[in-house]
Every structure is written in structure tokens, then in C-alpha cells.
Write a protein that binds this ligand. Sequence first.
Ligand code: SAM
Length: 255
Amino acid sequence: MLSYQHIYHAGNAADVHKHAALALVLDYLTRKDKPLSYLETHAGRGLYDLSAPEAVKTGEAAQGIARLHASFAKDHPYTTALAATPDGLYPGSPAIARALLRPTDTLHLAELHPQEYAALRQNLRGPHIQTYNQDGLELAQSLCPPTPRRGVMLVDPSYEIKADYAQIPKWLSALTRKWNVGIVMIWYPILNSGAQAPMVRALQSDHPEALTHEVRFPPARDGHRMVGSGLFVVNPPYGLASDLRRLTALFRALG
Ligand code: SAM
């Protein structure tokens, strides 16, 4: 049974980290005319109303995007994606991809929760967008290598089930055997318990050339276990590492 709903967390500091990094990667990839594939294993609903009671209740967006938005340069691709989103809404990762990709690119978006999936289908429509109401990790294995082969996959589980941490390294090894040219971005929370650490060590040992980028921020409220956000990027575009270092500096301003 899925209980996680991203509306409670949309726009938090971790979302900003993941979405800004995704926007940078898409910006690199779209500098060439060649079409590409964008795949998401855990898409969510795509668009979020941050004035909804659920978002206001946690106050996470107030600590995240509301404080960080102005720090992004006008020409940062994340700023471009935010500006392309209808007024009053916050773009989830599928909407960021739609904003930065071209009609010649193909989007594959998986979301398992029936209501989130219904909202995703409504919010993300287009002849080049395919949505799937099924397990995203399984779907990814069946679609890879995608057509076109050039592209990026975002893996953004909610880690509701502790087994997710153990599953991801094995899943990634199988995936990269099929799709060795793909950029794969795996998001993970940095928890004060350190529960994510064995997974990160396993990923780094299996993919020594990959990039790990982490930012820290104060917990969204007293007792909140998440104290930072991490991204593990296989086949990172050249230049991404230095862009992400600039992102680290921006997060330092959060204290
Ligand atoms: N990537 C989204 C964004 O940045 O806007 C947020 C995704 S949210 C962290 C995780 C989503 O994964 C939830 O909407 C949840 O319903 C969905 N989910 C959970 N298990 C899944 C699975 N096995 N396959 C696909 N989606 C799943």
C-alpha cells in the first residue's frame, strides 16, 4: 500500500536540489539537435499547488523553493523551467523535463499510485509523452535501451520501504548493462540515521566513474529526519560537476 504523497513535500529543499540538477543535465543534452529519451521511474503528479493545505501544513516549500528561488540566476535552466510553469503551480520533475525538452524528444513517465497517476496523465499530455501506471523500476528495465539511446533517466523513489535501499544498487547494475550510454540520476535522502549510507557506498563501488553530489540543509521542522539531499549520477555530462559545486554554495545560504 502506497502512503507517500509528494504534495506534502513538493518544493522542499531536496526537490530544489534534484530539480535544479535535472534542469542542468537537460540543458547540456539539448545543446545538440539530436533527439533524446527522458525516462522517470517515480514521476509523481507533475504539477503541485503549493498553496494546498497539505503543502502549507508541512511548510517544506516555505523552507525550500520560497527561500531559494531568488538565488538562481535568470539564465539558469531551472529558472527557465519555473518560468514556463503556469502561475501558482510548482513543477515536479516531469514538468521540468517537458519545459526543457523538444517535441522531437520522447518522455516515458511511470507512476504507481492510481490517483497520482490520474493527475499525471491530466497534467502531462502531448504526442511525445507516454505515461505508465506501473512499477517504474520494472518498466525501466523493460524499456532500456530506449529509442533514441541518447538520454537521461531520473530515479526518485520515496524510500517508504526500507528494501528500496538494498534493491537500487542491483537494479542499477542490471540497467547499465543494457544501457551503458544513458545518464542515470538516482536521488536519495540524507537521513540523520545514516540509513542511506550503505546504498551510496554500494553504488560508488559498482560505478567508480559516477558523480555523487550532496547538499545539506536544516531539517524542515523539529524532529524531521532528513538533513540533506543526494544525487548519484552515472555518465554525468562534462561540466556538470562544477555546476553542481555552485549549487552547493547556494544551499549554504540556507544555514
Ligand atoms: N519525481 C517527482 C518530482 O520530483 O516531482 C516526485 C516523485 S515522489 C518522491 C515518488 C513517487 O513515486 C510518488 O508519487 C509515489 O506514488 C511513486 N511510487 C512509489 N513507488 C513506485 C513504484 N514502484 N513505481 C512507480 N512509482 C512509484
